[in-house]
Design a protein around this ligand. Structure first.
Ligand SMILES: Cc1cc2nc3c(=O)[nH]c(=O)nc-3n(C[C@H](O)[C@H](O)[C@H](O)COP(=O)(O)OP(=O)(O)OC[C@H]3O[C@@H](n4cnc5c(N)ncnc54)[C@H](O)[C@@H]3O)c2cc1C
Length: 344
């Protein structure tokens, strides 16, 4: 018999909070997420690419595949946590939902939606209890029908408390044509709707310390949301090193918060803001060209820099390599790739 025909079936066992177990046989090449969904188990999920962490599970027997744990913190890895979408088990695995381990849940009400550009809206969400987060982290927003999508926090408040008047969570949402969540959030009747918030998650945020270290922030589109929060957080912590923010769009219509960022630069001598567009024409002060080329023309050597990259997934992944090759240490590069849910 050939090796292929001798391959034994892999069994996935799900243990619930009530300590009940259900076992399923996996199809060849099937991920934990696909198998659970195929058997009617409701698993929150969004990007299906291992980025958003909404389908996080924990292995209690057996080992998740090493590639499914790439990018997780050591503390998560040793606890057996892994995103179910990224794990195609090669041996039997017993799992449970990992939700309670790190992410908290809060109910929120959408209080305001303001237009920031032709396709970006600022969505303000109020929660009854303050949500503790580091500015720049992301949340998974769950609609009442269970639809989940990740959005980064553009607002500022510290885990230690909420400043008066700054207690709403601020998201910047780009409208994706035909997009289920973003079209809904851009709709007229969304104010007053209740949503659930899972998180905060991610390690794209400012950590106080090394105040003189130069900081580079690069993002496109709504990748500005976390960068806007991180830059202001660093400034309010008294960061003294240069903080350089590059925000790119295809053309000027893709930029937003230009006046706010110019005012921030005028108020802080160590903060600079460079709006960039791929295609001209552009107004005075707006650079024309691919954002990576613009950044590296200004800073060809990045040894010693702390770098934050957010937005379009392909660009973030390409930039990660380029800033590493320019000298930034991997441990100093923080990135949130806005991976979109794969089409069905
Ligand atoms: C960690 C993280 C943070 C994120 N933060 C933000 C944020 O701060 N702001 C923000 O606006 N988004 C953010 N996103 C993306 C967000 O989670 C959603 O994917 C996005 O809003 C689209 O969701 P949707 O339900 O509207 O579209 P969907 O219903 O998921 O998509 C509809 C269709 O459009 C396609 N599609 C989706 N996006 C694109 C695209 N860009 N170009 C072409 N086709 C596309 C899909 O493949 C699908 O076929 C983040 C994602 C991650 C993983």
């Amino acid at each position: 018999m050939s090796a292929t025909t001798m391959a034994t079936a892999v069994t996935l066992t799900l243990t619930t909070d009530q300590e009940q177990s259900n076992s399923f046989t996996l199809e060849p090449g099937e991920s934990v997420l696909s198998a659970l969904l195929r058997h009617g188990v409701a698993v929150p999920n969004s990007c299906r690419a291992g980025a958003c962490q909404s389908c996080m599970m924990r292995a209690t027997a057996g080992t998740p595949t090493p590639d499914s744990q790439i990018g997780l913190k050591d503390a998560q890895r040793v606890k057996g946590r892994f995103p179910a979408c990224a794990c195609v088990p090669t041996s039997d695995l017993t799992v449970r939902f990992a939700d309670g381990d790190t992410a908290s849940r809060a109910k929120g009400v959408i209080r305001r939606v303001d237009r920031l550009s032709h396709d970006v809206a600022r969505v303000l969400i109020e929660t009854k209890e303050p949500v503790s987060y580091f500015p720049g982290q992301f949340l998974n927003l769950v609609r009442s029908d269970g639809l989940v999508r990740s959005y980064s926090l553009a607002s500022l408040h510290s885990p230690a408390g909420v400043a008066p008047g700054d207690d709403a969570l601020e998201l910047h949402v780009r409208r994706v044509r035909g997009g289920q969540m973003s079209e809904w959030l851009h709709g007229d009747d969304v104010v007053g709707e209740t949503v659930e918030l899972h998180g905060p998650m991610g390690d794209c945020f400012y950590v106080a310390g090394r105040p003189e270290q130069p900081i580079l922030l690069i993002g496109t589109g709504t990748g500005l949301a976390p960068l806007y929060a991180i830059a202001r957080d660093a400034l309010r912590h008294g960061h003294t090193g240069p903080i350089r923010l590059y925000h790119g769009g295809l053309n000027e219509g893709g930029l937003y918060h230009v006046d706010e960022l110019r005012q921030l630069a005028a108020a802080h001598s160590n903060f600079t803001y460079a709006p960039c567009v791929m295609n001209g024409p552009a107004s005075e002060g707006v650079r024309i060209g691919a954002i990576d080329k613009v950044v590296l023309a200004d800073q060809p050597k990045l040894a010693g820099w702390r770098v934050f990259l957010c937005g379009n997934a392909d660009l973030v992944n390409a930039l990660r390599k380029r800033v590493f090759l320019a000298g930034a240490k991997m441990s100093d590069i923080y990135a949130d790739a806005f991976v979109m849910k794969a089409s069905a």
